[in-house]
Ligand binder design. Structure first.
Ligand code: PMP
Length: 333
């Protein structure tokens, strides 16, 4: 019987989901007072679920730090279910920065402070985290694109959410890690499928979960544990990221990364060519070498190399060698 055929309530599947949860708990050192939920609907669904569950009324104040287009989407969705304020936006700098936390003007009494820990399109990553100002206020983070890429102190957060598909499994699984005392106060209009209490009380088995996806996540967690845990994973990611950023910075301006150095993402590396007319050629030649998906997001253009956990160092080495060769052939400045 394959995982696809199993009843999600049978003991075989229960052991799969429980093992996945316990491996994730050990990878991120998630304390017992935090609940782990395996949900559906992508991180996009959490843009609504977070305010629905953490605010008791649509008039509750919430703060958003908007460092890229995902943070902006989360902020806009929240406006339907609470009273969100963008207390900082990097838009005027084309989303290349993270604010200085001391300068933030947080709203007194806000229910939570939301960040997108890694902006997938803009390549901006928080390297440390702001502290919410209010006594009962919690930090909420969308970690979709850097989940399990490095150790994270979960206790700094009230809630972390992530779509699985970047680092830990196939699309269709969304993971929520939430401090258990924050569960159970959802707004009355909250659909049953978005209510964390329903899912927590039913150990993520209220309805049929994405069983196969959860099984795959479990296999990845097992592998990450075998690799030595997230500190080891981070070392590999630092090596990959440094290699690529050094190549960009060492290209004498032929390649450029617009993101401020101190907040460059280790997962998504955006770069442009000083001669934009060469970008299409770059993508075409790279594809011939079997390096695909290098075109930047349609909203920003340029190039973007996404080098998630599963990208081996050899893949980045190959890209860097190709970039140097491409420059040698096209840089006639
Ligand atoms: N947040 C971030 C940081 C993302 O990268 C993405 C997807 N690329 C999303 C949210 C939306 O996730 P989903 O497609 O799983 O809804």
């Amino acid at each position: 019987m394959s995982v696809m055929e199993m009843s999600h309530r049978g003991k075989e599947f229960l052991s799969i989901i429980q093992k996945a949860e316990s491996d994730l708990r050990s990878l991120l050192y998630i304390p017992p007072d935090y609940t782990i939920l395996f949900l559906q609907g992508g991180a996009t669904t959490q843009f609504a679920a977070a305010p629905l569950n953490l605010c008791s009324s649509p008039t509750d104040a919430v703060d958003y730090i908007v460092t890229g287009s995902w943070g902006d989407k989360a902020f806009k969705e929240a406006a339907k279910y609470c009273n969100p304020k963008s207390i900082w936006s990097g838009k005027s700098d084309k989303y290349t920065k993270i604010p200085n936390f001391d300068s933030l003007n947080q709203t007194p009494g806000a229910k939570f402070l939301h960040i997108c820990a890694n902006e997938t399109i803009h390549g901006v990553e928080f390297k440390s985290y702001p502290t919410p100002a209010g006594q009962n206020e919690v930090l909420v983070a969308d970690m979709s694109s850097n989940f399990c890429s490095k150790p994270v102190d979960v206790t700094k957060f009230g809630m972390i959410y992530a779509g699985a598909q970047k680092n830990v499994g196939p699309s269709g699984v969304t993971i929520v890690i939430i401090r258990s005392d924050l569960i159970g106060n959802a707004q009355a209009i909250t659909p049953v499928m978005l209510d964390y209490k329903i899912h927590a009380d039913n150990n993520s088995l209220y309805n049929t979960p994405p069983c196969y996806g959860i099984y795959m996540c479990g296999l990845v967690f097992e592998d990450l544990v075998e690799q030595g845990g997230l500190a080891e994973v981070e070392k590999k990611n630092v090596r990959k990221g440094s290699l690529l950023y050094d190549a960009i910075d060492g290209s004498k301006g032929f390649f450029r990364c617009p993101v401020e150095k101190s907040v460059r993402s280790l997962m998504n590396v955006p770069f442009t060519l000083a001669k934009p007319e060469l970008e299409a050629e770059f993508v075409k030649e790279a594809a011939k070498e079997k390096m695909v998906q290098l075109k930047g997001h349609r909203s920003v253009g340029g190039m973007r190399a996404s080098i998630y956990n599963a990208m081996p160092l050899a893949g980045v080495e190959k890209l860097v060698a190709f970039m140097k060769d491409f420059q040698a052939r096209h840089d006639h400045a």
